[in-house]
Design a protein around this ligand. Structure first.
Ligand code: 5CA
Length: 463
């Protein structure tokens, strides 16, 4: 993409309504525009990051054996009357009446609808286990939408639902989700810690939230700092292996980590004092096991191997896809702007032409653009007639992790400059070497490593 042809409405002034860094930078970098309280348009740069995050979520869900689909945003109130949640959900639910006077709602979550789909099409234990998910817009009429996309009213969520024959199988589904979530967040360059939490209006006793530690987080958390040393790393997981998944879950749930809702002072005090930590966190996901709560209320039963009709065991599992854009910025920024982790950056590399119109500089930039594109990378070329300072400020604000700077002076000795946004360090090298280095940096996020995206065929046949 050439910046002169892109739509990147960068703001010079810091918007006064934005209280936290991610909200400020998303507005300033032209990623979002507020259309009403807690409702945003995703401008091209923001949309690109949102889609990158979405793609990682899809890949990791499909890898875990979960099946993508799509349910509508608008739902019939009747389904929610069956589960009893139509009245229980309260003013957070946006209720709508259609022209025939029928009660509808903008879905805040989809337990009822997926249970209805299941009961209409599945009747035997032989069709289990089954986990279906979708990534769709949700609406919750939050009392205090704030912090931009972090607490929106309309937000983008991945929600998955497992159907299992018994508790043990459903717990395996719960574990599988925890493992796939650990992998998902780490692949985005985020540390999200699973913490025992409260289930709220979804219900059930078993639930973990995934929290990114940040001063601006809305939850108060208490944890044993030993949990910070855990990493998923490059282990390959067999998602059908119950013992393997359970072992990973045990590894991450043994160190004390809880939100204030379930905090237990006695257990916490038993941790050696130098390991006790309290902080704030951003909730980027939550998993639930709620047994037969919805299947009993809505008649989602299957015939088991003894010929008896039994309600299925269920859980639901959510990732805050749009909130993650904000959470990633909270965890990765400095006073000049965003610093995207390689896994989610909207463009892989910026190209800054210090002297637009200079034949040699223009040609070198064009060559770099082509060479990076040939390697399957997406550069953003700042080809505007602007001062160097303004170009650098824009690149720093939008946070591309790597920048190649091209100027007539360097070109005289055959070099360009490769700069890391994170460290600020620059190195001079030939344009060919810069392209090779950038390709090498992104290699782990593309092919041949544990972060390898699914083979093109399997991902794209799904979508
Ligand atoms: N049905 C379950 C699991 S799919 C569910 O709705 N879980 S949830 O309420 O915990 O939501 C899942 C995730 O969506 C949360 O962890 C959070 O990251 C995100 N989320 C929830 N409310 C908002 C909101 N108002 N704005 C942005 N993201 C939100």
């Amino acid at each position: 993409m050439r910046l002169s042809r892109y739509f990147l409405p960068v703001l010079k002034e810091t918007p006064s309504e934005a209280q936290i860094a991610s909200h400020r930078y998303m507005l300033r970098a032209g990623m979002i525009r507020q259309q009403a309280a807690g409702i945003y348009s995703w401008l091209p740069l923001g949309f690109k990051v949102l889609k990158k995050i979405e793609a990682i979520v899809h890949e990791e869900q499909i890898r875990a054996g979960h099946i993508p689909m799509l349910m509508p945003t608008l739902q019939s109130a009747d389904l929610w009357r069956e589960s009893g949640r139509y009245d229980a959900y309260g003013p957070e639910m946006l209720r709508i009446t259609d022209r025939h006077g029928r009660d509808m709602l903008y879905g805040p979550t989809n337990e009822e609808m997926i249970t209805d789909i299941f009961r209409s099409h599945v009747a035997s234990y032989k069709d289990l286990p089954l986990t279906l998910y979708h990534i769709q817009w949700k609406f919750r009429d939050e009392v205090r939408p704030r912090f931009g996309v972090m607490r929106g009213r309309e937000f983008y969520m991945k929600d998955g639902y497992n159907f299992d024959i018994d508790r043990d199988s459903a717990i395996h589904a719960y574990n599988r989700h925890m493992v796939s979530y650990l992998r998902t967040y780490e692949r985005m360059g985020l540390k999200a810690l699973p913490m025992r939490a409260d289930s709220g209006p979804i219900g059930g006793d078993d639930t973990h939230e995934f929290l990114v530690l940040a001063e601006t987080g809305e939850s108060e958390v208490f944890y044993d700092k030993a949990i910070l040393d855990l990493t998923f790393g490059d282990r390959q997981v067999d998602y059908d292996d119950r013992a393997e998944c359970a072992q990973i879950v045990t590894e991450w749930t043994t160190p004390y980590a809880r939100t204030d809702e379930t905090h237990d002072e006695a257990l916490y005090s038993a941790i050696p004092e130098d390991r006790r930590k309290t902080s704030r966190g951003i909730e980027v996901g939550q998993i639930f096991y709620f047994g037969t709560k919805y299947s009993e209320a809505m008649g989602a039963t299957v015939v088991n191997d003894k010929g008896e009709r039994v309600p299925v065991h269920m859980g639901s599992h959510g990732i805050g896809v749009s909130r993650l854009v904000g959470a990633l910025i909270e965890a990765n920024h400095d006073d000049r702007g965003i610093i995207w982790p390689e896994g989610v950056t909207p463009f892989h590399c910026g190209i800054v032409n210090l002297k637009q119109g200079d034949a040699e500089a223009d040609a070198a930039c064009k060559g770099l653009y082509q060479a990076l594109s040939d390697k399957g990378l997406e550069p953003l070329y700042d080809d505007r007639e602007e001062r160097a300072g303004a170009k650098f400020a824009t690149m720093d604000l939008i946070g591309l992790p790597w920048r190649i700077t091209v100027g007539p002076r360097g070109l005289k000795t055959g070099v360009v400059e490769l700069t890391s946004r994170r460290t600020g360090e620059s190195e001079e090298m030939s344009p060919e070497a810069a392209v090779a280095r950038v390709a090498e940096i992104y290699a782990p996020h593309r092919t041949g490593s544990h972060w390898e995206p699914m083979a093109k065929s399997s991902f794209h046949t799904w979508l």
